[in-house]
Design a protein around this ligand. Structure first.
Ligand SMILES: *Cc1c(COP(=O)(O)O)cnc(C)c1O
Length: 408
């Protein structure tokens, strides 16, 4: 059996294979491996957004009776489909960045002490925490962790130490290496509440035993560029925390406008201003697909896809100067794999321009290949690794414009 026949066989056995047909596939020759940055467009979303536009035209402001329920309804759906949360624990609002600010500032209001996070945490998270630390006069400890294995429970316990800590913040799946954090172990090692960033796991694998989280909907939930984020507060933690960004959408009985601020109890209190309705219907369609596929099956397929890519890396790419930038144990990584190479930047440009494979580049030396299990086939993994191998064998990375780009 040829290697490609093996990939075809894996696709034939894949219980999620038919979900690919539910997405818009532009150029069938292009292999899209960046769904962990911007997920594909589900066909149903096109129709749903067109319908929403028609509804706007026909019903105007009267449609708000229906629309006003969307942040909570879609939040509940994400909670059930992707997080293992109960109704009333997830809300859709604002961006991941702003939601992290809201949860972290809510914790700081009630707890003295330091802020703790990994040094190689996603930049927006670090920026939010740095800003809050300086505004609130707190110290921020950015601790070191293994660049491939990611933060361990021991790293978190050591960084907390014996002083007072107000909050710990980290990603469930690291944006560069794909390392999957052990949520239960870290929750018990931390001496303060942990805010999890689920941006690189929501829609692929469910976190276990967490209390507070934020995350993206435009990656594995396929909700489209700039779609708002979700915020999760486990029921038992809700009474002790309050959204610091007081806006009218978080207000109980918001249209009784003369009343002083008196927020909705629970996660609805984390709403701020008017939600983006076209994006909310897109999130609903994306989350429905995740619900239908089932998070356990998605997780199993993500492990199988990344395992296949690691095998092809070892056989074809390691001899060409590549090094695996992700964990080898499939149970300890998310749905993307990082391949490190001294010429990673021109190689990633050559892949896009000359081989029709779309990865992304994360400095200093990682080519990130995202394998969203809803629509990625084993033959895509095979063909992408094959095109990558041929391109580097021919030295085609020397033939592209190496100028830096605003988006990488
Ligand atoms: C993509 C991503 C974000 C994005 O935040 P926005 O506010 O939506 O721009 C945040 N955190 C992590 C870990 C991400 O991967």
């Amino acid at each position: 059996m040829t290697e490609r026949a093996r990939a075809e066989h894996l696709d034939a056995e894949d219980p999620l294979a038919q979900f690919r047909e539910r997405f818009v596939i532009g150029d069938p020759e292009t292999i899209y491996l960046d769904g962990n940055s911007l997920g594909r467009l589900p066909s149903a979303t096109r129709e749903r957004i067109a319908g929403l536009v028609d509804q706007w035209g026909a019903e105007l402001v009267t449609a708000w009776e229906e629309w006003i329920e969307l942040p909570a309804r879609v939040g509940d759906l994400i909670g059930e489909a992707a997080l293992g949360a109960k109704p009333g624990e997830v809300i859709v609002s604002d961006s991941t960045t702003v939601n992290l600010y809201k949860l972290a500032a809510a914790l700081l209001a009630g707890r003295p002490g330091a802020i703790v996070a990994p040094r190689d945490e996603f930049p927006t998270d670090r920026y939010v925490l740095e800003g809050l630390a300086s505004a609130h006069g707190r110290s921020l400890t950015l601790f070191e962790s293994d660049p491939i294995d990611g933060p361990s429970a021991e790293d978190v316990a050591r960084a907390c130490g014996s002083r007072q800590v107000a909050l710990v913040c980290l990603s469930h799946v690291n944006y560069r290496s794909g390392a999957l954090a052990d949520t239960r172990a870290i929750e018990s090692a931390a001496s303060a509440p942990v805010v999890w960033d689920l941006s690189h796991s929501a829609g692929v694998l469910a976190p276990a035993g967490i209390g507070l989280a934020v995350g993206c909907t435009y990656k594995y939930l396929n909700a489209g560029p700039g779609a708002p984020a979700f915020l999760y507060v486990r029921e038992d933690l809700q009474p002790g925390l309050r959204n610091p960004v007081q806006g009218w959408f978080g207000q109980a009985r918001q249209f009784e406008m003369e009343r002083a601020y008196d927020p909705e109890p629970g996660v609805r209190g984390y709403l701020t201003g008017t939600p983006n309705i076209p994006a909310l219907v897109a999130i609903e369609e994306g989350a429905k697909l995740v619900a239908e596929a089932g998070i356990e099956r998605l997780e199993a397929k993500a492990q199988a896809l990344t395992t296949y890519l690691v095998e092809l890396h070892d056989a074809w790419l390691a001899p060409l100067g590549f090094e695996l930038g992700s964990r080898r144990d499939p149970r300890r990584r998310g749905a993307h794999v990082s391949l490190r190479h001294a010429e990673a930047w021109p190689i990633s440009r050559a892949l896009i321009e000359r081989a029709r494979v779309i990865p992304d580049f994360r400095g200093p030396d990682s080519i990130r290949l995202g394998l969203p299990p809803l629509y990625t086939r084993f033959v895509d993994v095979h063909d992408a690794a094959d095109r990558l191998r041929s391109l580097v064998e021919r030295g085609e990375q020397g033939e592209v414009d190496p100028a830096w780009r605003r988006v990488t």
